[in-house]
Design a protein around this ligand. Structure first.
Ligand code: BES
Ligand code: MN
Ligand code: ZN
Length: 490
């Protein structure tokens, strides 16, 4: 799908041909003198169109536009959230219609607020995404071209470029997370990471079992030892700034399937544990977007990847392993495997002398209970880092919520047989998981995103959301030095 940005007032939009034309109408819309604006004005006056978000008025071959199908949609105050909801509602109304919409025109009747254009682009992409990789009859996305019309081009350009790159990243993340585990092994993920090295400034290195053993990643290796699939440790580097500039390191949990291991999970919905590499997929997606935007920053992506399987060789409850940090860990529950692979990746991150490390993981069912599917869990002892991530989430409409990290929460991780246990009780499970990870982050500012509730949807719409690629990309780009024009380069 191709996005293009055009400078269009309503008269200009009328003259554009398209299969469908969505016009976003804000509250307080002042109709101009052209026929389309007059039509909108009449509809508002008559009460047939409401500028409240999500309210739709459908027209067919209106004399005031070239497009066959037209939707007037209210966007209320025009906040990014309202635009997201309005565009999703409009695409929902167009869905299933014949002929399918191939060319879409989407216009803002008033100048979009900051973040609104990005929200519109993201919502169009999300609503039209179709997974096809493991289907025999390929009926892909029908939408081929999307033209976005804004009153003033210059102001919209940088945001549009970021939005289009974010979509490419989100869709790469969706693709890999959606693939079933037999089509997305650790080796396949490593191949996907290697493919990203074709973009400028990106390099990729993949470590296998021997190298990981040499690094003494005993915790990561313990999780992988029950699987026939060899583990992979993926190191991606994006170098857009001088080497003297400390990088931000992203660490993505890459469990390509989580059976729970010997502490095996119940059968119901276990298929969804193919999504347990959603953190890894988000790191791949961010690099895809960086490759397109080429910002002046340095970023490292680390992905420990393996399956968590029960087997004669699998790690057993009670086993004690030695992590790369030297700390010993009593594995009381083999289903708390994410933290076991992440802790060694966090220790590995030290070598980059990072400005900050953010890990992204589908880590706990407890986080799903706490925050549901709306906000990811954010954990950080660093207030400034936490604020930047929260703000990036708001701007990108990819929300997170800060959770506590009081030391009292670590009490339950005490072990009689090792330095630390890998689980505490059921209470506060998302927080105790974060407290476990925190033990491995003494050398850098660190934040943890628990995306267990936000990385995928269950039920009829089962599938990856591509989150939190939007949040992470915004977080990274916000670090760039502002350009002379005062706006940062996209
Ligand atoms: N991948 C799961 C977390 C998960 C569960 C994400 C359900 C989304 C939906 C993780 O590896 C896990 O199994 N966590 C356990 C930890 C427990 C054993 C302390 C959990 O949350 O039940
Ligand atoms: Mn698990
Ligand atoms: Zn898991």
């Amino acid at each position: 799908m191709n996005f293009e940005l055009k400078s269009l007032d309503l008269a200009g939009a009328s003259a554009q041909s398209a299969d469908a034309f969505i016009l976003l109408v804000p509250a307080g819309f002042k109709p101009g003198r052209d026929p389309l604006a007059a039509l909108v004005g009449q509809a508002l006056k008559a009460g047939d169109l409401d500028s409240q978000p999500g309210k739709l008025l459908a027209l067919y071959r209106p004399a005031q536009a070239k497009a066959a199908r037209m939707l007037l949609v209210g966007v209320g105050d025009g906040t990014p959230r309202q635009v997201r909801l309005a565009v999703a509602a409009a695409l929902g109304a167009l869905r299933g219609g014949t002929p399918a919409v191939k060319r879409l025109l989407l216009c803002f009747a008033g100048a979009p607020q900051r973040g609104a254009l990005r929200a519109a682009v993201a919502a169009v992409a999300d609503a039209s995404y179709v997974y096809t990789t493991t289907k025999s009859k390929v009926e892909g996305r029908s939408l081929a071209r999307v033209t976005l019309g804004v009153p003033k081009l210059a102001e919209a350009k940088a945001e549009f470029a970021q939005a289009a790159a974010a979509v490419a990243g989100i869709e790469l993340a969706k693709e890999w997370a959606n693939r079933p585990a037999n089509h997305a092994t650790p080796t396949d993920l490593a191949q996907a990471a290697r493919a990203l090295a074709k973009f400028p400034k990106i390099s990729c290195q993949v470590l296998g079992p021997r190298e990981v053993a040499r690094l003494k990643m005993g915790s990561f290796m313990a999780v992988a030892q029950g699987s026939e699939q060899p583990l992979r440790f993926i190191v991606l580097q994006y170098k857009g700034a001088p080497a003297a500039q400390a990088p931000t390191v992203l660490v993505g949990k890459g469990i390509t399937f989580d059976t729970g291991g010997i502490s095996i999970k119940p059968a119901g919905e276990m298929d969804e544990m193919k999504f347990d590499m959603g953190g890894a997929a988000s790191v791949l997606g961010v690099f895809r977007a960086l490759g397109e935007l080429e910002p002046a920053i340095n970023v490292v992506g680390l992905i420990p990847s393996c399956e968590n399987m029960p087997d004669g060789r699998a790690v057993k409850p009670g086993d004690v392993v030695t992590s790369m940090s030297g700390q010993t860990i009593e594995i009381l529950n083999t289903d708390a495997e994410g933290r076991l692979i992440l802790c060694d990746a966090l220790s590995y991150a030290e070598r980059f002398k990072p400005a900050a490390v953010v890990d992204i993981a589908t880590l706990t069912g407890a986080c799903v209970i706490a925050l549901g599917a709306v906000r990811s869990g954010l954990f950080s002892a660093d207030d400034a880092l936490a604020q930047r991530l929260l703000a990036a989430g708001e701007t990108a409409q990819d929300l997170c919520w800060r959770m506590p990290l009081d030391d009292d929460y670590a009490e339950g991780l005490k072990s009689n047989f090792a330095d630390v246990a890998n689980v505490a009780g059921r209470a506060g499970g998302a927080i105790t998981a974060a407290k476990f990870l925190q033990r491995f982050t003494a050398k850098f500012p660190w934040a943890h995103l628990d995306i267990a509730g936000t990385a995928w949807k269950s039920g009829a719409a089962k599938g990856s959301t591509g989150r939190p690629v939007g949040l992470l990309l915004e977080f990274l780009l916000a670090q760039q030095a502002p350009t002379r024009s005062g706006r940062r380069k996209a």
